[in-house]
Design a protein around this ligand. Sequence first.
Ligand code: NOJ
Length: 660
Amino acid sequence: MKKLIYLLIFSLLGIVSCSRPDEVTSPDGRNHIHFELTADGTPTYTVVRDGKTVIEPSALGFVLENADLTRGFEVKNSYCSSLDETWTQVWGEERDVRNHYNELVVELKGERLLTICFRAYDDGVALRYIFPREGDAEALTVTDEKTEYRFAEEPEAWSIGWRTSYYEGLWKKAPISEKDTACSPITLEMANGTYAFLHEAALTDFPAQALTFEGSKVGTYLIPWLKDRHALDARAYIETGFQTPWRFLILADNLHDLIGSRLMLNLNEPCQIEDTSWIRPMKFIGIWWGMHMESMTWKQGPIHGATTTNMTRYMQFAKEHNIGGVLAEGWNLGWEDWSRFYMTRPYDDYDIDSISRLSAELGVEVIGHNETGGNAALYETELEEAYAYHQEHGIHAIKTGYVSPIIRTLDGPQYNRSQSGVRHYRKVIETAAKYHIAIDNHEPVMPTGLQRTFPNLMTQEGVRGQEWNAWSRDGGSPCEHVTVLPFTRVMAGPVDYTPGVFAFENPVYPQTRVHSTLMNQLALFVVIYSPLQMACDLPENYMKHPDAFRFIEHVPCDWSKSTLLDGKIGDYVVMARRDRNSDNWYLGAITDEQAREFTVSLDFLDEGNYTAIIYRDGDGADWENAPYDYQIEEKTVNKADSLTLRLATGGGCAIEFVKM
Ligand code: NOJ
């Protein structure tokens, strides 16, 4: 009887006995993690998929200021548990997410206690460390992390080097032995033709990880505190009881499964915001592209962008064209020399009260802008006041910015990816939530799925975005760039890439331009996911092609399902998504500098007929000479049909499937 009661309690909690105290297998039986201590007590793990070793025995552990937690351990205890739940996203690429895993927890005793949790999912594996607390909390200083990934066969990795400012680089592929360092994440093309994605999840009060390479081994490098403040090479100041972020590896047979994985979200804590009704996905336009194209200025003057007159015009345009909001950059004092930005003081040609009234009248949101110039410390001390001010003016979304690779935090100058930077960004999100404000964070720390816990963290930059196509002296991003992003940066979370350029001439830097056709720009609204999705160009440019702009008017940015129909990293992407608020589907296809033709089965559609409105490259289109050549066609289709898509060089195709 006693045994039965125990069994009952254990199964309710999802705690199961381990078949072996050192192994855990995914629910589908394919992924397998094996834990082992070496002869000198070094903790190691091995990952096997379908009976084949993916990660050979790889070391785990930490170096603390006063303890070596890399060896000398013995196992005190180990236990298993499992979970199978389905949760609903506040917004996302799909509505419902299944979180199904088996877990193994190993408690170790060495110079100090250390616990390691392993999770085996059908779509990958994850691990995190816990520094157990005995009695009163004790302060610990982490000086190094030793987590490694020894690949059995050398993969090729898509990555950006760890010194890439703001993560705004072009992702490059090479065998990992030819790489030096990388920002996390990296996307791996495995020797057997499968794929993997290595990153961290739930980054909380800890530095971001970067990655090192040595032969087939990937190592972990924690972003340090700057030494001028701390004599020590400190990476993290923690207390016993602390749990590190998860380190995870998505394992997928193909790219469809790779980008369909929700493992990173599953590793984050459930939503901590009780009432989420105020968090609303929307498209927006902005007083923004004009500054990057130098036809407007942020600072006050003869061509000041954020004036009451311009804002009124943009808001009326948004209202007429089904756009939810308008961003105003350069509305506040401080742009003259960037030495100090005021988050509650508008320029006198920006009448914030009348703009608020117009916003309420039209039902068009104003998206605030808080550029800090990297002065996070000042921003943090003024946060409550700034957000109360925005809330009073009916503003529910703010784009934040930290232009400066070293930011001034409350702990002095620090990398924005350091523990201090991570703490600052979290403070911003939590404070914003109190004031019902959603955040679009520019110059962020790389996202790690925190939007599950704080869905007001809606989108982030951390990407070489569209603005580079306005002013980059290298001529702008190559066509291939946007065909890499869905498999790399977008996998870490929504991206404020700002698609939608409709005018390709660049009077200021004639050699620099957007390397795409107009149809490619439309397709990006489907291909690159963001629940706050900016259509970046000026209203007057949109009105030069009102028929094409109709796609932007109609395309949603919150989805009940998303599926990759076809793709190759760096070559092309064909993506379909189902609107969360209607029965309509949307398709976006883009290619690199090579023109391509695909036949796409429409079997992803639901039952019934649809009107397919097809926005395609014209027969003479190419990104360099004829980006405006396009055709719009209509057809009745159903799921038994297929469509042939022809994409020009740098081209694209966008389709709206309206349920009949
Ligand atoms: C860089 C951001 O990425 C861009 O979007 C913004 O306009 C400028 N900083 C000014 O804040």
